[in-house]
Design a binder for this molecule. Structure first.
Ligand code: GDP
Ligand code: IMO
Ligand code: MG
Length: 428
């Protein structure tokens, strides 16, 4: 089983960090293929808790080579501070590989992210303010700066000047912001070059060779399917492709090499930032999910919006990613409810719809159609097998599996590495 993709099936924060870390011990490479330090992945190992933003979660597994692929946007300051933070805690990060084709988040990309949000006012996306969207915009606009540009001072200056030509006009004339000085940006970026140089590699070549040699490669998505710029709730999305196809473009590996696509699925739903969310709760149940589930953003510290499980979303994730498996996380958070509502379909303009509405306005108006499933009160955090779960918890999992369109191959019953029920191996 050489190549697997692991990605979020909802709006992010499904528990991808834990799932990746769990597999990390059995895989040779863990590869981030899109996004940047907008991600916040929590990994709990024993009594140690790690919050990773840019680095792949596999960095915590000693045998595993972590890779930042060409599709990622890299803030060099964040990269270096995340590495030194891990080094201080005794984590060896020397194996890290960074694609020279990955784009750099520059200080002016962060400025543009913040002023754009400010000027959008009520219509803002609620971005993480890390410069993600503007950096991808520069990439597509062919005015981006890549990691390899750090090693040629005159090219770097030319590219930064070219990028700022237009941007400074916009910043000064439209946003009333002072112009950015190209030389200052270049000086700051060059200050990172020497420390980053040793990590830079032709990651596409290395990963394809690894797969051909039968090594196990895991592609780890940031964010989630509904935040995908093509398949998500546009415009309330991030600016990259967390969906499975993104692993191919963002790492330079052909689709024929991917054997398995695992969707990480929370047993309920959360979302950070603005945008539609049909099962969102504004009552004490929503508050209880937030408190019991610890639903606070790892990157921005914002409270996450919480709601019941949405099977329409899960089916959609199966479809657009070609999911072969689900990893259901945070089942333990639902312990204690007498009955648990699950959204099985939507009602749009008085009609029942089973699939995610193609039209944005229809999705904004979609009302959840709920089915009530019986809850359980027993502590499930110590369960090691499916049979050890209370009957109603088993039935909840089975019902979700049937509605969602792919087998649930693992279940999270707590944040720790070992608080997992493995039903089918991901590596067969
Ligand atoms: P990611 O962005 O997808 O990696 O997810 P986050 O780390 O942002 O959020 C998931 C949160 O849930 C983290 O605090 C994890 O430690 C925690 N978590 C993951 N799996 C489980 C689980 O099965 N049960 C519980 N209670 N917490 C979990
Ligand atoms: P992980 O990897 C949840 C959301 C932001 C905002 C939108 C656009 O931890 O699941 P951006 O800064 O990317 O331009 O913001 O996307 N967002 C996330 N929400 N989890 C994440 O990452 C997210 N990364 C971005 O809140 O709504
Ligand atoms: Mg997260």
């Amino acid at each position: 089983m050489p190549a697997l993709v692991l990605l979020g099936a909802q709006w992010g924060d499904e528990g991808k960090g834990k799932a990746t870390d769990l597999l990390g011990g059995s895989v040779d490479y863990v590869v981030r293929y899109q996004g940047g330090n907008n991600a916040g992945h929590t990994v709990v190992v024993g009594d140690q808790k790690y919050a990773l933003h840019l680095l792949p979660s596999g960095i915590l597994s000693p045998g595993c080579t972590p890779v930042i692929g060409n599709g990622v946007v890299v803030d060099p300051a964040v990269l270096l501070s995340e590495l030194s933070g891990l080094n201080e805690r005794g984590v060896d990060t020397s194996k890290l590989l960074v694609s020279g084709n990955a784009h750099l988040i520059t200080p002016y990309n962060i400025t543009v992210d913040k002023v754009t949000e400010r000027f959008l006012g009520k219509r803002k996306i609620g971005t993480t303010g890390r410069g993600i969207g503007p950096t991808y915009a520069d990439k597509i606009n062919r005015t981006g700066i890549r990691v390899q540009d750090l090693f040629d001072e005159s090219i770097l200056l030319q590219k930064v000047e070219a990028a700022l030509d237009f941007k400074n006009q916009v910043l000064a004339k439209l946003y009333n912001h002072r112009a950015v000085v190209a030389e200052q940006v270049v000086e700051e970026m060059l200050g990172y070059a020497d420390q980053i140089k040793g990590y830079v590699a032709d990651t596409t070549l290395i990963l394809n060779d690894a797969i051909d040699e039968g090594k196990v490669v895991l592609f780890e998505g940031g964010q989630g399917t509904l935040l995908d710029v093509d398949h998500g709730t546009y415009p309330f999305v991030t600016s990259s492709n967390p969906t499975a196809g993104g692993a191919c473009t963002g790492a330079g590996v052909g689709p024929t090499k991917i054997n398995r696509v695992i969707g990480i699925l929370k047993a309920y739903t959360t979302r950070v930032g603005a945008g539609p969310f049909p099962t969102e709760l504004f009552d004490k149940d929503g508050e209880a999910l937030r408190t019991i589930g610890g639903e606070r953003g790892v990157t921005t510290g914002r409270d996450r919006r919480c709601g019941w499980f949405d099977a329409v979303i899960a089916r959609y994730a199966t479809r657009v990613n070609g999911l072969t498996d689900f990893f259901l996380t945070k089942l333990d958070v639902l312990t204690g409810w007498e009955q648990i509502p699950v959204c099985v379909a939507y009602e749009v303009d008085g009609k029942r719809v089973e699939e995610l509405p193609h039209n944005q306005s229809d999705f904004h108006h979609a009302k959840p159609v709920y089915e009530m499933l019986p809850g359980w009160s027993e502590d499930i955090t110590k369960a090691k097998t499916f049979a050890e779960l209370p009957k109603n918890a088993q039935a909840y999992v089975k019902a979700l599996e049937e509605m969602s369109g792919a087998p649930i191959s693992a279940i999270g019953v707590g944040p720790g590495r070992d608080e997992t029920i493995q039903i089918n191996s991901f590596l067969d």
